[in-house]
Design a protein around this ligand. Sequence first.
Ligand SMILES: [Zn+2]
Length: 290
Amino acid sequence: MAAAVLNRVFRAKSLTSSSSSYITRRSLCSSVTETEHKKKPLYVSQRDLKKDEDRNVQWIFLGCPGVGKGTYASRLSNLLGVPHIATGDLVRHELKSSGPLSGQLEDIVNRGKLVSDEIIVSLLSKRLEEGGAKDESGFILDGFPRTIKQAEILEGVTDIDLVVNLKLREDVLIEKCLGRRVCSQCGKNYNVACINFEAKNGSPAVYMAPLPAPPGCAPHLITRADDTEEVVKERIRIYNEMCQPVEEFYRSRGKLMEFDLPGGIPESWPKLLHALNLDENEGRRLSAVA
Ligand SMILES: [Zn+2]
């Protein structure tokens, strides 16, 4: 594993936690059902005995819808050899399956309600247990925690090393969302926006190339009904309102790293790696050796 690279990250960021308790399904579930979320796993797994230096990263990615956090979380998970766990995917997966929560979830989603903390935590626990059985370790969480309660539950059972808050200038984010197009034939996503915004009011300059559709899809492009300026702005407002307390939760614990995206993937990826003190080639080489 890329342990040397990761150690370097932790040392550089001074984020090495004092104690390491691995997340386990039982401890996570018990913390939901118990009235208090105590840092007391029900049993000590072998991994609990490992020192911090031996374990993989336990990171969280935060960011507005449309910012591209799934893309960066997924790239980093490949680089670091840890699972990228997106709670949105877990919900979709459970809905498609005939799992114990699928009926309940279908009802919630059909009525346009938010999925409760308890259900999200139990899906996450299940996912981590399945991963644990396959000897997975570490994670990059995407879409969780979304509320203070979720953050407290997580804090009660494991040590999060780092929370990356991906940010994009709001004017750019709106432009990017308005430029989204979907092919009505194959469902692939494209973007017609060509973003080249100069620096202003302390916000960095941002360049983002369009993602044009190939000739086969070009005649079939449609705009999603919810990609209007009004809806996009409302989505951003709701996200900020909901997520600011979560950001503050991790900021006050010295775990939040703010990262302003300077553009699309070609501009942002190398800078993100640099900010995380990671080297793509080194990461690959170390992963290949392990
Ligand atoms: Zn198409």
